[in-house]
Design a protein around this ligand. Sequence first.
Ligand code: HEM
Length: 535
Amino acid sequence: MPGDFSSVETRSKIVTLWERGLSYSEVAREVGHSMEIFTIISIFLTICAGVITYFKYKFKYFVRREIPFIQPKIPFGTMPNPLNPERANFEILCEQYVAFKKAGHKLGGIFLGTRPGYLLVDPDMIRNVLSRDFVHFQDRGTYYDEKHDPLSAHLFSLEGQKWRNLRVKLTPTFTSGKMKMMFQTLLDCGDQMMEKIAELTDQNEAIDSKDILARFTTDVIGSCAFGLECNSFKREDSEFRAHGKQLFKPNLSRKLRILMIAFMPGLSKKIGVPIFERSLTDFYLDVVKGVVKYREDNSIMRNDFMQILLELRNGKNGDDEIGGLTIEEMAAQAFVFFLAGFETSSTLMNFCLYELTQNEDVQEKTRKDILDTLKKHGGKITYDSVMEMKYLGQVIDETLRKYPPAPTLLRKCIKDYKVPNSNIMIEKGTRIMIPVYGLHYDSEFYPEPNKFDPDRFSDENKANRHPFVYLPFGEGPRICIGLRFGLMQSRVGLALILKDFKVKLNPKTVLPLGQNPSAFLLQPKNDVFLDMDKL
Ligand code: HEM
């Protein structure tokens, strides 16, 4: 304690100070000061010891249950440092998948910070979690906060009955009939992309592949989900493109918020920590409010997602356990369609074009498939013609194998679950991770996994593989709701480019492409630049 004169050290220090001629108050201040520092250091060391003991206790979770696990480290467990990751999380999970598999385990323990989780290895076990025993694993466990951050309460994050009700209501949005209705919008956006490509090739400029493709998907989803013409090609400073880019470029403050959410989800919800910056969410909320008002005031109907959301808002679609959607709930769904829809599909097309530059024979075969199919349809790109392009479909499937935009699937156990044929009990609240990337690169299922080989997806080869070792869209009742739409827009984008242009890699591209370790989705570290030669 400051001012405690009973210890020998303090008394001898006082004597020394006196001898140096310091006054009473100066001596007292000196002694008090050093004691304060001592006290602070003691408290600090006690807290550190407490924290270390807490981590050590938590990290014994799997030891207590005699379940194999990856050795965790303080403070992030078996995950990389989210503020400055050297490697992407999915790459680490892939290594852990290999390690568990080699040791003959069907699943193994990992730690998300101090929280224990299971990494699934066995495809049958994956099928159980995603599909057969789904009632135990219905939620993803991703953070959302309806009260303070209404846009976070979307289909991807919602849980329990709320998710079920909304999923049932939104499913009819993505039928092939609805896709066909939106097809013309897609073609219009495609025409603008082709005009831009023609302009750049006329000027002999290298094409920033991801940028062009992301403008195309921004226009498509912006138009279908928000009912707006985003004009990403005509206006370099398109607000939709700029905000879309920002969504996928986390700054330090977002990373810190995500860290806080990961470690203290309860407190974060209580004090209202948002994932995305308020300015970003306000932008999308305002857009939806504006569009709804405009359509209602002018009695406008369009063939798009927004129209379906409007019908849900007015309670037209159903028996209504959740009632009609509020404007915030509508905005959250439009937002997630945009968030989940534009980056995934443009990333897929970007990787696909890159692979086609590296495999010219595959590029030629894909073009032949496109041109032959178009010939049968009077040269027209229609819903039916693009869906008929079989080899193009295989090329897309193989791209999604090598580069699954969402390389890890997440589930949360919501009801204690006994793993069949074992004495492992997965407790309610435990997180489950499915290493999609690890499965897609497992040579047992995909020999020579680094080779780009669309023949892996011939009908025969597909039928001979376990259905749960290919999961680019997830599986089970929580499978990607936009699967058809994502595939449709990717087929259109690729068919438009490949029917008219031969694509080659521009030397500006830095190889190997690498992986961006801090990206939310699987993304290359380096940009892909293309030369396109008119055919
Ligand atoms: C190539 C394109 C796409 C890929 C690779 C992709 C991938 C995925 C994956 C892996 C999931 C998680 C599935 C699971 O946990 O089992 C998912 C969920 C979801 N996706 Fe997609 N997606 C794509 C396009 C789209 C599009 C275009 C939309 C909307 C227009 C969309 C909307 C959603 C939504 C709302 C969910 C959450 C579904 C739920 O929890 O009920 N996705 N997507």
